[in-house]
Write a protein that binds this ligand. Structure first.
Ligand code: ZN
Length: 483
């Protein structure tokens, strides 16, 4: 379906009045080739109008999350980058021949930045031994003695399985994800590996940088004042790129020593972005150091509670101006996606912290703070000119975009965009005949835009090989988020 400029103007104007469906009827009427009966029976909530001019500009219309008001606004995207944000008529005047995607009833947010996943270790459900009986990671790994039940997990290797893991996150609004393991061309991966493999941005995600901790750290005095202990880095990774290891993953002395040694290292080696994953065993004295050293806490609340029965004191970190980013961790003890992380975080806020952390703060943890941790705040994580158009659109249910976002289910996600390109969407929110041909891959209620000719699996093979994997849109079998 193509429209000329006056007809598109009509669409843009109508969108302000929340009349997008009616507008489509009128526009199609202008062209005179409309299937009215088909449209009348369908609840279309996003309309897509392709430019006749083969334009590299796209205008997205909706209510912008984090913007100064909640009126519908337009985002002008050119070659994947946000060029301008403003009143619909003004943006239309700047780009009269742009493609237009109008999700007037949706909240448009920056896509989520999940700063902590392990894609190859995130395809399976938690086993029966996952319970909050551990004090440090070595216990559930089976290397601290037989008295601690080892938890079961497995690694997936092939692209069809990794694609499924990434698709699960994408359908829930994550557009950038850090962790070792990636497939190209779906969401944006951050880690140490080639762009051909899928890594768009580099970071050292060395998981456990103090392998000697189990044998040597328990007996060290705290505060530690002996010779410096160097954490391991990933070979070949640029030392200017962010360094984000798992630190203080537990609640015993070993974990506390790890935190101090890591912060000592950061102090000796400034000049790159640092994040610290988990931090359950942080000491109070670590907190001002994290602020002064600009170390972001990467929070994984479900994983913390499922394994250790505790999580980090986030209100204390926030009171001390320590930046906190929300993450999922792997599927074996973490949240299946960022929306599930929101739910767990909100549960902790309600039960433990007496509502001391707002929905807006949680949203910021999942967008700009994740981007900052990965040194990507000038690339993604916010609705800002110059940044990539990595976006998620969710159904607006109330006047509070932040509350709506963090209460959203996967079913509330209308669409996701990576570099301005529509990647996934809700079938019932679009007229499928308007979508590009690449969007004809279907799973459940969703479509996925991907040219599979570049991949070594078909859509049917993808569905078959992942039959027993963590489901794409349900939280069935997910680890518990309870105290
Ligand atoms: Zn982890």
């Amino acid at each position: 379906m193509t429209l000329d400029s006056p007809a598109m103007d009509h669409l843009a104007n109508a969108s302000i009045k929340r009349l997008s469906v009616l507008a489509m009827f009128v526009c199609f009427n202008v062209l005179g080739n409309v299937d009215f009966e088909h449209l009348a029976n369908k609840s279309v909530t996003c309309s897509l109008v392709q430019s006749t001019k083969d334009s590299n500009q796209t205008i997205l219309v909706g209510k912008l999350v984090g913007y100064r008001d909640t009126q519908s606004r337009a985002i002008l995207v050119e070659r994947g980058v946000i060029q301008n944000i403003g009143v619909i008529e003004e943006i239309r005047a700047r780009a009269p021949y742009a493609n237009v995607i109008n999700c007037n009833d949706g909240y448009i947010s920056a896509g989520f930045v999940n700063a902590h996943e392990h894609p190859p270790y995130s395809a399976g459900k938690p086993g029966p031994n996952v319970s909050p009986v551990y004090s440090n990671r070595y216990q559930w790994q089976g290397s601290a003695g037989d008295q601690y039940p080892e938890i079961a997990y497995s690694r997936v290797e092939n692209d069809a399985q990794l694609f499924w893991v990434e698709l699960r996150h994408l359908l829930a609004g994550t557009t950038t994800m850090a962790g070792n393991g990636a497939v190209p061309g779906l969401l944006k991966n951050v880690g140490s590996g080639d762009k051909d493999v899928g890594f768009v941005y580099e970071a050292d995600m060395k998981t456990f940088p103090f392998p000697q901790a189990i044998d040597e750290f328990n007996d060290l005095p705290l505060p530690y004042s002996g010779p410096s202990v160097e954490p391991e880095l990933t070979e070949g990774v640029d030392t200017q790129s962010p360094y984000i290891p798992h630190i203080a993953e537990g609640k015993d002395d070993l974990s506390r020593v790890e935190a101090q040694l890591f912060l000592d290292y950061v102090e000796r080696n400034p000049g790159r972005r640092f994040g610290l994953i988990h931090g359950v065993g942080l000491s109070r004295s670590d907190v001002p150091r994290m602020r002064s050293l600009d170390v972001t806490l990467i929070w994984a609340p479900r994983s913390n509670l499922a394994l250790y029965g505790e999580t980090v004191d986030v209100p204390h970190l926030l009171e001390n101006d320590v930046r906190v980013a929300l993450s999922t961790d792997w599927s074996y003890s973490g949240s299946y996606n960022m929306l599930e992380s929101f739910k767990c975080a909100q549960h902790v806020v309600d039960e433990r912290w007496n509502s001391g952390v707002s929905a807006k703060v949680l949203w910021r943890m999942a967008t700009e703070n994740g981007a900052y941790a990965l040194d990507l705040e000038e690339k993604t994580g916010a609705l800002k000119p110059g940044l990539a158009a990595d976006l998620v659109i969710v159904k607006a249910k109330t006047d509070d975009p932040f509350a709506d976002l963090i209460a959203s289910e996967v079913a509330d996600v209308m669409a996701t965009f990576v570099d301005g390109k529509l990647v996934t969407g809700d079938r019932s929110a679009f007229d499928l005949s308007e979508l590009p041909a690449s969007c004809s891959n279907f799973v459940g209620d969703y479509f996925v835009c991907d040219d599979l000719s570049e991949r070594d699996f078909t859509w049917q093979q993808l569905l078959a090989i992942n039959e027993d994997a963590v489901p794409l849109f349900e939280s069935e079998g997910q680890a518990s988020c309870s105290f």
